[in-house]
Design a protein around this ligand. Structure first.
Ligand code: CAA
Length: 286
């Protein structure tokens, strides 16, 4: 059963996270509208989703008919006006406060009064984003992990003024996505990033202190601590720029030295060594 009243989901921004969230929504049977700034970016996100669904068909985890009907449920737009009929809109745009606040202020003039607005921010304040609207009670955090279709967790973040109804709606959708929901309050980094960001920063400092190579550190953590992937491979997956930005946001709010991005990561970011998406980070990608 769909959570009460939720039939149509909007996703703003179809980068790695937004496309993953849109994939989850169509697989869960929701009509889904995805918005990108250009038709080319939207089409390329749909192609990536179609590819991952095809891999599921190849591996007998989905039928070809299910794939077709999931893809039929996805429509693309470049206009925010297309969200007028959405019951839930999930924002997954650039991780900066000003554009997120501007987007939420615009969205509330478009969606119905009962629609829930969610942000996928990983380290910014959901409360500050919600405060850009006149109805902060219907704003909630829905923090997915990268890659969203594979990672089971979604943090459901209650900002200062979020209503019980908005949290319940978000929890219902996360359950329908087949994910593990962890409801939490709007504290810096929520639950996982509060732990993971300083931990990954420690890992990068260890590279220099222990004078080991990224491959050796990754082997140590996968073989010695049973991590599914090593910290350098994980940073490449997340994106060095995304991680540095999240570290700066957490450091800005908590002032704990371990939150501050290590200079080595800042230098990598400045040099464009952003990880998988740039073809080069700690590792090179063909
Ligand atoms: N979207 C959809 N499907 C995807 C995908 C994606 N981005 N990436 C891979 N897949 C599919 C592919 O079809 C793939 O199968 P094929 O290779 O046969 O096509 C299938 O998933 C399995 O992929 P893998 O073989 O790569 O899977 P794996 O068993 O090696 O697991 C992993 C991959 C789940 C990423 C695993 O390595 C893992 O758990 N790594 C840790 C990831 C992690 O910690 N993420 C959190 C990052 S922190 C974060 O996100 C917080 C933040 O705010 C920044």
């Amino acid at each position: 059963m769909a959570p009460a009243g939720i039939k149509r989901i909007g996703v703003v921004g179809l980068g790695a996270m937004g496309a993953g969230i849109a994939q989850l929504a169509i697989e869960a049977g929701y009509e889904t509208v995805g918005r990108e700034v250009t038709a080319e970016l939207g089409n390329s996100a749909r192609d990536r989703i179609a590819h991952f669904l095809q891999r599921k068909v190849d591996k007998d985890r989905m039928t070809a008919a299910e794939r077709e009907s999931a893809l039929d449920a996805l429509s693309l737009t470049t206009e925010l006006g297309a969200f007028a009929d959405c019951d839930l809109v999930v924002e997954a745009i650039v991780e900066d406060l000003a554009p997120k606040r501007a987007l939420f202020a615009e969205l509330e003039g478009i969606v119905r009064p009962d629609a829930v607005l969610a942000t996928n921010t990983s380290a910014l304040s959901v409360t500050e984003i919600a405060a850009a609207t006149t109805r902060p009670d219907r704003v909630v955090g829905l923090h997915f992990f990268n890659p969203a279709p594979l990672m089971p967790l979604v943090e459901v973040v209650r900002a200062e003024l979020t209503s019980d109804e908005a949290v319940a709606t978000a929890l219902g959708v996360v359950e329908r996505f087949g994910k593990v929901a962890v409801p939490c309050h709007d504290t810096p980094g929520f639950v996982v990033n509060r732990v993971l960001i300083p931990l990954l920063n420690d890992c990068v400092r260890v590279l220099d202190e222990s004078r080991v190579e990224p491959q050796a550190l990754d082997a140590a953590m996968t073989s010695g601590a049973a991590w599914p992937m090593g910290p350098c491979a994980l940073l490449d997956l997340v994106g060095i720029d995304v991680h540095v930005h999240a570290s700066e946001a957490l450091y800005g709010r908590l002032r704990e030295p371990r939150m501050a991005p290590p200079p080595r990561l800042v230098a990598m970011r400045d040099a464009g060594l952003l990880g998988r998406k740039a073809g080069r980070g700690f590792y090179s990608y063909g």
